[in-house]
Ligand binder design. Structure first.
Ligand SMILES: O=C(O)CCC(=O)C(=O)O
Length: 254
């Protein structure tokens, strides 16, 4: 039996490549994450917060706590098995004043330099995320089609690290899934799922924290899109491969 998901959810994930609307935090925990992010935003500035906050679980306890939240890890374990490593964390924050910012269609795993190329992302909604403020969107079932060719986007404002864009051709709007989430919920997507997001057309912030998980057998074999070694760490089960060095934390972690 799965630990957190239903067998139907596990099956749906296999078919569609994603799950949506899984409640994780509410009440005080939800508010604490939001307060912590608001402070971080004040300290770092909004431009940096768009996509400049990578691997901050190494210096911010609230990000570390989220990454190892048992309910999230239970879901990940249900989908990938008992050995779970955190590859990294990355905020994606879209503000009303940066009207051009969007995320082109892409598959996460393309530029991560991992072999086997397998990863899952839990996208934690710090804020409510909906069609108006540019929630994530994805193409159901696209994770089964292998890795597509990626080129450069011709449209300004693509937040992805090297302006990558998957060559998906014309996508039928009626087939696209919108990841509408309430703050405190997560979606989970497969590393091969084609996904992206539109600009924020509202007057509200849309902040999400991506938590990237892999199995210990995935090995870093090529350069990656963050241009430094992944700060991967085992959170569940056993890492018998030791493909990654121990990341340095800037606080006494529990
Ligand atoms: O948050 C977004 O708009 C996009 C997130 C994304 O592309 C990802 O999780 O890889």
């Amino acid at each position: 039996m799965p630990k957190h998901l239903t067998p139907e959810q596990v099956q749906r994930f296999e078919q569609e490549g994603y799950l949506n609307g899984i409640p994780i935090y509410s009440g005080e925990q939800l508010a604490t994450v939001r307060e912590n992010f608001d402070k971080l935003e004040q300290a770092e500035g909004r431009k940096k917060c768009e996509i400049g906050l990578q691997a901050r679980h190494l210096d911010l306890p609230f990000v570390w706590e989220l990454a190892k939240t048992p309910a999230i890890l239970d879901c990940i374990e249900d989908l990938m098995g008992p050995d779970v490593m955190l590859l990294s964390t990355h905020f994606f924050c879209k503000y009303p004043e940066f009207k051009q910012s969007w995320v082109a269609w892409h598959q996460d795993i393309t530029y991560w330099g991992l072999e086997p190329p397998y990863a899952l992302t839990a996208w934690y909604a710090v804020d409510d995320s909906d069609v108006e403020n540019g929630c994530m969107r994805g193409i159901p079932g696209s994770h089964t089609k292998g890795i597509l060719e990626h080129g450069k986007s011709a449209i300004a404002g693509n937040l992805l690290s090297i302006n990558q864009e998957a060559k998906v051709g014309q996508v039928d709007d009626s087939k696209i899934f919108d990841f509408v989430l309430k703050a405190g919920q997560i979606s989970i997507h497969h590393g091969h799922l084609v996904h992206g997001s539109n600009p924020n057309g509202s007057d509200r912030r849309r902040c999400g924290l991506t938590l990237r998980y892999i199995r210990p057998d995935s090995k870093p074999v090529a350069a990656n899109s963050i241009n430094k070694p992944w700060p991967a760490i085992c959170l569940r089960g056993v890492d018998k491969y030791k493909h990654f060095g121990d990341p340095e934390f800037q606080f006494e972690r529990s």
